[in-house]
Design a protein around this ligand. Structure first.
Ligand code: GDP
Ligand code: MG
Ligand code: K
Length: 300
């Protein structure tokens, strides 16, 4: 853990073919997580984790934000909106080569009105346009939504991508390195599993436990004779007062978090799972090295 280490979650939104994957490939390169088909069933894909000396950026994809074609789609949009309100920064990517508000862009911007997080407008594919075309485009988008930053890039050629990464970093809070540097390539499912547990904790406790709750996967063991996968995970909270809420009366809350997370994880992995959840408290844990974490373990 470094002093002033920054970390957080960044959602990339935008309609198909604007260059989201190209951008991820440029930033993460070989490290990009190739998710299994099963992973696609989870509502948010972690697209990749960028880690260096000073920061860790977890990029997530929120597919549900696109214009719905059916009733279930409305529901997906609602879930996507909830997710977007939980990340640290949102990148809304558009194609410089196309006019203002093309396709589903208008729809996405309407949805952004209810999002209370900084949104960057990322104008991709600037290699395809004359610089003179950019200003009128920027003006039109600026009128429509109070973007925190407007950043023209070429994901394909890498132009201005470093600048975008700098701006993202400026908006990140100080925080821990959530995931080991190499974990994306080795165990992509780890990220999803921790996110699933965290999601259940936040959903079930509603507003009582703040967003600062983190989940660390301590162990994934699939070498058991009975073919069940053993997963041990720790929920880290910042205040002792949150301990009672997250554990619940006679452990009921933690049990319910574990049960719901386990069902999702089983769907993700396609096998039966033993899930053991522990809870650790550390006030201001974001600013302290992990070994100082005060443990009072709870095993359900
Ligand atoms: P996604 O659907 O948003 O993930 O878009 P992709 O990353 O798959 O890109 C769609 C197409 O746009 C691909 O053919 C890319 O090569 C192309 N593309 C992406 N970024 C750029 C860029 O900056 N410039 C140019 N010229 N093409 C790009
Ligand atoms: Mg893509
Ligand atoms: K807003």
């Amino acid at each position: 853990m470094h002093n002033n280490f920054k970390s957080g979650f960044v959602a990339i939104i935008g309609r198909p073919n604007v260059g989201k994957s190209t951008f991820m490939n440029h930033v993460i390169g070989q490290k990009i997580a190739i998710m299994s088909d099963k992973a696609q069933t989870t509502r948010n894909k972690i697209q990749g984790v960028f880690t260096d000396q000073n920061k860790q950026i977890v990029f997530i994809d929120t597919p549900g934000i696109h214009k719905p074609k059916h009733k279930l789609g409305d529901f997906m949009v609602k879930i996507a909106e909830n997710t977007l309100n939980e990340v640290d920064t949102i990148l809304f990517m558009i194609n410089a080569d196309e006019g203002y508000g093309r396709g589903g862009d208008q729809y996405i911007m309407d949805r952004l009105q209810s999002i209370h997080k900084p949104v960057f407008l990322v104008i991709n594919k600037i290699d395809l346009v004359h610089p003179d075309q950019l200003l009128p485009l920027i003006t039109q988008y600026k009128d429509k939504y109070p973007f925190e930053e407007i950043v023209p890039i070429s994901a394909l050629e890498g132009n201005n991508v470093n600048r975008l990464m700098e701006l993202i970093t400026e908006h990140l809070p100080e925080g821990p390195q959530y995931y080991p540097e190499d974990q994306v390539t080795d165990h992509p499912e780890r990220f999803i599993i921790s996110e699933l547990i965290r999601e259940k904790a936040l959903q079930l406790t509603r507003e009582e436990v703040p967003h600062s709750v983190a989940v660390v996967i301590d162990k994934i063991d699939n070498q058991n004779e009975d073919e069940k996968v053993l997963i041990q995970a720790t929920i880290i909270i910042e205040r002792k007062s949150q301990k009672g809420i997250i554990i619940g009366k006679q452990g009921k809350m933690l049990k319910e978090i574990g049960k719901r997370a386990r069902m999702d994880i089983e769907r993700l992995l396609g096998s039966k799972v033993y899930l053991e959840l522990w809870v650790k408290v550390q006030e201001n844990w974001r600013n302290k090295p992990p070994h100082q974490l005060q443990e009072f373990g709870f095993n359900q």
